[in-house]
Ligand binder design. Structure first.
Ligand code: NAD
Length: 293
C-alpha cells in the first residue's frame, strides 16, 4: 500500500506543537478515535483495531516513544500525543491537538492506567501509592471525560452509516451520536480486591464516573460505557506476574473459567463495538471481558 505520512503532535508543558510541519486535511470525513494509554497493551491493540475499522487515530500516552511506535503500526491517518492524564492542562491540550488535527472526536477509549501490585493490606498501603493509583486511574478518567465531553457537546451529531438505522426513526431521535466513550475499568471493580485496595477502589470509581456521565449526557447523544477485563496479556500483566512465584502465577493465570488469560485484541474488539453505532441503546453499561469470570 501507499505510505501515509503521519505527523506527530508532541505536547510539551501542556502546549501543542506540530513537530513534523506536515498538515493533514483538517477533517477527512472519516471517524476519529482517541485512545489514552495507546502506547501499550490494551490501548495499543485498541488503536490498531480502530485503524483497521477505518478510523483516524489519536494515540495518547505519557510515554511518547511508545505512542509513536503504535502510530507506526496504523494504516490510517493518525497523530501521537504525549499526555499525562493526571494533569488538566495536559488532557485539555490533548483534546485540542486532536481537534486541531481531525476536527472532531467521535470515539474515545480512556485506557491509561497503572497497577502497583505491592501486596499491601489497607493498613500497610502508603499514602503515596493510594494517591498515585487514584490519580491516574480515577482522576485521569474524570479529566478525560471532562474534556472529551466538552468537545463532543460542540459537535454535530452524525451516524457513521446513515442507512444503518434508517427504518428506525426513534433510534435516531437525536439525529445520531455526538460521541461515544469507553473507560477502562476492571474485573477488580466487581469483586473485593484484597491487597490491592487502591487499584480496586480506582476501578470502582471508573464505574461510578461512567454511569454518572452516561446519565448526565444521554439526551445529548453521548454514550459512555466501561469494559471490565479479567487478566489480559499485556506489559502491565507481566510486571505484576514478575512479583509472583511460578506456582502463584500458574494459579492466577488459570483463574478464569476458560482456563487462560485474555489477549489485548479481545478487549479491543469489545471497546470498538461499544464505541460504534451498532449499539445506540447501550450506555452506562459495564461489559466484563473475562473468560467466564
Ligand atoms: P499497560 O501498562 O500495558 O499500558 C498502560 C499504558 O498507560 C502505558 O502505555 C502507560 O505509559 C500509560 N500511562 C500510564 N500512566 C499514564 C498517565 N499518567 N498518562 C497517560 N498515560 C499513562 O496496561 P494494560 O494492561 O494495557 O492496561 C490498560 C488498561 O486496562 C488499564 O487501565 C488497566 O488498569 C486496565 N486493565 C488491565 C488488565 C490486565 O490484566 N492487563 C485487566 C483489567 C484492566
Amino acid at each position: 500500500g501507499e505510505e501515509i505520512e503521519r505527523p506527530c503532535f508532541v505536547l510539551a508543558g501542556g502546549e501543542a506543537v506540530l513537530s513534523s510541519g506536515v498538515n493533514m486535511a483538517a477533517n477527512t470525513g472519516k471517524r476519529v478515535a482517541l485512545v489514552t494509554g495507546g502506547g501499550s497493551g490494551i490501548g495499543r491493540a485498541t488503536a490498531v483495531r480502530f485503524a483497521e475499522l477505518g478510523y483516524s487515530c489519536v494515540v495518547a500516552d505519557i510515554d511518547e516513544p511508545s505512542a509513536k511506535e503504535t502510530l507506526r503500526m496504523l494504516q490510517t491517518p493518525g497523530i501521537a500525543v504525549q499526555v499525562d492524564v493526571t494533569k488538566a492542562t495536559s488532557v485539555e491540550a490533548m483534546v485540542t491537538a486532536a481537534v486541531q488535527h481531525f476536527g472532531r472526536i467521535d470515539c474515545a477509549f480512556n485506557g491509561a492506567g497503572i497497577a502497583e501490585r505491592t501486596a499491601a493490606t489497607i493498613a500497610d498501603t502508603t499514602e503515596d501509592e493510594f494517591d498515585r493509583v487514584m490519580g491516574v486511574n480515577a482522576k485521569g478518567v474524570w479529566l478525560c471525560l471532562k474534556y472529551e465531553i466538552a468537545q463532543m457537546l460542540q459537535q454535530e451529531p452524525v451516524m457513521s452509516d446513515p442507512t444503518r438505522w434508517a427504518d428506525k426513526p426513534d433510534v435516531c431521535r437525536f439525529r445520531g451520536v455526538r460521541g461515544s466513550i469507553v473507560n477502562a475499568s476492571s474485573l477488580a471493580a466487581l469483586y473485593p480486591t484484597p491487597t490491592h485496595a487502591p487499584y480496586g477502589a480506582s476501578k470502582w470509581a471508573v464505574l461510578g464516573l461512567t454511569k454518572t456521565a452516561a446519565v448526565e449526557y444521554a439526551k445529548e447523544g453521548i454514550r459512555v460505557n466501561a469494559v471490565c477485563p479479567g487478566l489480559v496479556d499485556t506489559p502491565m500483566h507481566h510486571r505484576n506476574m514478575e512479583k509472583l512465584s511460578p506456582e502463584e502465577r500458574e494459579r492466577e493465570e488459570s483463574l478464569h473459567p476458560v482456563g487462560r488469560i485474555g489477549a489485548p485484541e479481545e478487549v479491543a474488539e469489545a471497546v470498538c463495538w461499544l464505541c460504534s453505532d451498532a449499539c445506540p441503546f447501550t450506555t452506562g453499561e459495564h461489559l466484563k471481558i473475562a473468560g467466564g469470570s
